[in-house]
Design a protein around this ligand. Structure first.
Ligand SMILES: *Cc1c(COP(=O)(O)O)cnc(C)c1O
Length: 390
């Protein structure tokens, strides 16, 4: 924590990030780690997380967009870096010039080659196959010809097929059979590629849940996002049970505390009314800060107690009901006290999973949507001396 508490911040513990990288690296070994830092590292700050992850043993970085990858290069980060989600307007030339690896599902190939010609530098590509997710990736039917075309260009020195990859659909539900089907399809397309003479440096399939639950999906490289941030991809399994430490704490300072009569309506719509005489605390975070408007009931911890948010969450603020405190007559006010929305969950503190439940979403969305209005603050930026290594 900064010495003087700020009004609001998302505190990012870079030691937790490093711990999670070391843990995931041990789990995935001998496969290498790609730290997925798309969407500003799921809201944690892409440049800071990328540096911490690389320092702790990640060998690759991954983003969705080329523009996200270019921002990492602009910050001076030179590690292998893959971007996989493009449009015909994506800047392939800039990616080639910056040595960014480009995911290729098929249509991108001609544009990537044009960029390589323009830059007079071979492109680095990872061929993507759709083994069942139904999003990006070549269909199994198109795979043969995509591999053939890519190899022709490789023979001409216009590109290098650095990787072959696919993405899993249900790895967060380990009992489902589709992961086996995707894995079998992936093995099949690898064999086809090998027969065509492709010799990729990295074959990669696993996301965080597969890294943790399916060693048979690790291949040469695992692409971990959620686990890097210390969150659990599995329903009913906590980060601690997986050896992970949540890295983000969202906290603020209580901005008003007052006594109200019985039946006091709270926030727009007056959907909540106090049962009896009570005391309300005002929390200065709302949906403009990324707290989902639908998440009434989500917990806010003040002075060691988790209070559910009552009434509608507004753009800038939300309310907790403390029960009668009679602050008017000198009862304990919480004005100025620290209020934590979620953090590492230690000592029963609230978690991103609690807010995900309250909002009917997952923990990915809770951390990722914390808005730029909440300043990110970094702690433990430098590894302490004598820090344990796996
Ligand atoms: C986001 C993403 C990942 C990371 O998934 P997690 O479940 O957060 O580990 C991996 N691969 C691809 C292609 C992705 O889009």
């Amino acid at each position: 924590m900064p010495a003087r508490a700020e009004e609001r911040s998302a505190v990012i513990d870079l030691e937790a990030i490093r711990h999670n990288v070391r843990h995931l690296a041990a789990v995935a070994s001998p496969a290498k780690i790609m730290a997925v830092v798309k969407a500003d590292a799921y809201g944690h700050g892409a440049v800071q997380v990328a540096r911490a992850a690389l320092g702790a043993g990640a060998s690759w970085l991954g983003t969705a967009h080329i523009s996200e990858a270019l921002a990492l290069r602009a910050a001076g980060i030179e590690a292998p870096l893959l971007a996989w989600l493009h449009t015909p307007d994506s800047n392939f030339a800039a990616a080639v010039a910056a040595g960014i690896d480009i995911g290729c599902s098929g249509w991108e190939l001609d544009r990537i080659v044009a960029a390589a010609r323009e830059q007079e530098r071979p492109a680095r590509i990872h061929l993507k196959v759709d083994t069942g997710l139904g999003r990006n990736g070549a269909t199994l039917d198109a795979w043969d010809s995509l591999v053939g075309e890519a190899m022709e260009y490789q023979d001409q020195g216009l590109l290098r097929v650095v990787g072959i990859f696919s993405h899993l659909a249900v790895a967060d539900e380990p009992e489902r059979p589709e992961t086996d089907e995707q894995l079998a399809a992936f093995r099949q397309i690898l064999a086809v590629a090998q027969d065509a003479g492709v010799d990729p440096e990295v074959r990669h399939l696993a996301n965080t849940p597969a890294t943790l639950s399916r060693p048979d999906t690790h291949f040469d490289l695992v692409r971990v996002g959620l686990g890097l941030y210390g969150l659990s991809p599995f329903e009913g399994q906590s980060p601690a049970e997986l050896g992970l430490r949540p890295a983000m704490t969202v906290r603020t300072v209580v901005s008003h505390c007052k006594d109200v009569p019985a039946g006091q309506g709270v926030s727009y719509g007056l959907n909540y009314r106090t049962d009896g005489v009570s005391t309300l605390g005002l929390i200065p975070l709302g949906y403009a800060d990324g707290v989902p408007r639908i998440a009434t009931g989500g917990p806010v911890r003040v002075e060691g107690v988790n209070y559910p948010v009552v009434g509608r969450i507004a753009m800038d603020q939300m309310v907790i009901d403390l029960g009668p405190r009679n602050v008017t007559a000198g009862g304990p006010s919480i004005l100025g006290a620290e209020a934590v929305l979620f953090g590492d969950g230690a000592d029963g503190g609230p978690t991103a999973d609690d807010w995900a439940r309250a909002a009917g979403t997952n923990n990915y969305e809770i951390v990722t949507r914390i808005s730029p209005r909440v300043p990110r603050r970094y702690i433990n930026e430098e590894p302490s001396t004598g820090e344990e290594r796996p």
